[in-house]
Design a protein around this ligand. Structure first.
Ligand code: RB5
Length: 143
């Protein structure tokens, strides 16, 4: 599994903290995000990530902008991409168990670094509950 991470200018600081954590755990990382903090348009930095996730279901994405909303709206336009906006560990657990989310979206301006790292950990370590009502529902998402 590759993890692709991307962010707009609002997410640079948090992205770097999340990257440090993921690298310390040995994950394979690709960084498609903004790194200099100059203002960018979030669709421009999320389309390439969403295309890669859509084409390879083994990959997972971690995206962030100020609220986490703009980036998830872009990602969710792509077939097979299920981005969930998370601000707590409980929601991170549920977007994996119930929605089989393959992209985690973080609201960089509204959560602490510590909470973000905990959310990332839960997102990457929780499995989807296959074979029941949740799988049936997830299979109905794409048009
Ligand atoms: C940038 O100021 C902000 O609008 C962006 O990071 C994001 O929150 C959009 O959804």
């Amino acid at each position: 599994m590759n993890i692709i991470i991307s962010n707009d200018h609002a997410g640079v600081k948090l992205k770097n903290k999340v990257k440090d954590y993921l690298e310390s755990k040995g994950y394979n990382l690709k960084d498609f995000g903004n790194n200099d903090g100059e203002s960018v348009d979030y669709p421009d930095i999320i389309h390439p990530l969403a295309k890669e996730i859509s084409e390879n279901n083994e990959n997972k994405g971690i995206i962030m902008c100020g609220t986490g909303n703009g980036v998830s709206m872009v990602a969710n336009k792509y077939e097979g991409v299920r981005a969930g906006l998370c601000w707590s560990k409980d929601i991170a657990e549920l977007i994996r168990k119930h929605n089989n989310a393959n992209v985690l979206s973080l609201p960089a301006r509204f959560i602490s670094t510590e909470d973000a790292i905990e959310i990332v950990k839960v997102f990457l370590e929780t499995d989807f509950e296959e074979g029941g009502r949740h799988e049936r529902r997830v299979n109905k998402i794409d048009k």
